[in-house]
Design a protein around this ligand. Structure first.
Ligand code: CTP
Ligand code: CA
Length: 229
């Protein structure tokens, strides 16, 4: 039978995916985190690999197994995630697609070098937050190293499309997958997702789907865009 390369439309293409939460250390034993499971980002990495892409998955701490056929780089904090993403950019040539699905902590902590101790009668320690780097915005503004296609997510509970359209402009990315996280099924940690794909062409609303199906649809859309003449 004839070979059917159409089944691996992303063969020879490179992809970077961020997934999971970040952990922002407070001291050697404590951290701030969020409820992201990594399910959506990991499913996207797997779906891109299924279509033949060379995929690097930069993941915060998750309990999921590594997807098959994907290079996995494990990180903890947002700063480490940015460094790992920058290290994953090819030395020559461009990354074809970056998908930022991680729930990156917006703020980190100046880490105490030793475990914070209780002191009799003393007030609880104050935790001062400082802004974290924005990985999606940094990749979108990477100048000559900018990936050909940059895709972000937006978790919104109200005015989902308006907020996501504004977020796309603010971040400078090509597409935003807006999640309606007010849906009764519970997107954070859950198995389903309702997505509106926002691009320069407008808004495409997808039905409520399992996260694996969202990943397959998104990977196919990425393939169509990257291979269209
Ligand atoms: N993101 C990122 N680095 C950050 C914060 C967010 O790469 N430090 C990415 C996320 O992976 C996602 C997109 O930016 O793809 C949007 O994240 P979101 O939290 O919805 O947007 P923010 O700009 O952080 O705005 P806010 O949380 O205030 O809604
Ligand atoms: Ca945020």
């Amino acid at each position: 039978a004839a070979l059917r390369p159409v089944e691996k439309p992303l063969a020879g293409k490179t992809a970077l995916v961020t997934s999971g939460p970040t952990h922002e250390p407070i001291d050697p034993v404590r951290y701030i985190a969020n409820r992201s499971s990594g399910k959506q980002g990991h499913a996207i990495a797997a779906a891109l690999a299924d279509l033949g892409a060379d995929v690097t998955l930069v993941s915060g701490p998750v309990t999921l197994p590594d997807p098959a056929g994907v290079r996995v780089v494990r990180v903890e904090s947002a700063r480490d995630m940015l460094a790992a993403c920058q290290a994953a950019l090819p030395a020559s040539g461009l990354l074809d697609v970056a998908v930022c699905a991680a729930a990156v902590a917006d703020w980190g902590v100046d880490v105490a070098p030793q475990k914070l101790k209780k002191q009799d009668g003393a007030a609880p320690p104050a935790i001062a937050l400082r802004p974290n780097p924005d990985i999606l915005a940094t990749l979108s503004a990477a100048g000559p190293q900018r990936p050909r296609l940059v895709v972000g997510f937006a978790a919104e509970t109200e005015s989902v499309i308006d907020h996501a359209v504004a977020k796309r402009a603010r971040k400078g990315c090509d597409w935003i997958c807006a999640n309606d996280v007010s849906s009764a099924t519970g997107t954070f940690g859950g198995d389903r997702n309702t997505v509106h794909l926002i691009s320069a062409d407008g808004v495409e609303s997808w039905p409520d789907l399992p996260k694996t199906d969202v990943a397959t649809r998104l990977a196919r859309r990425i393939a169509e865009t990257l291979i269209s003449p």
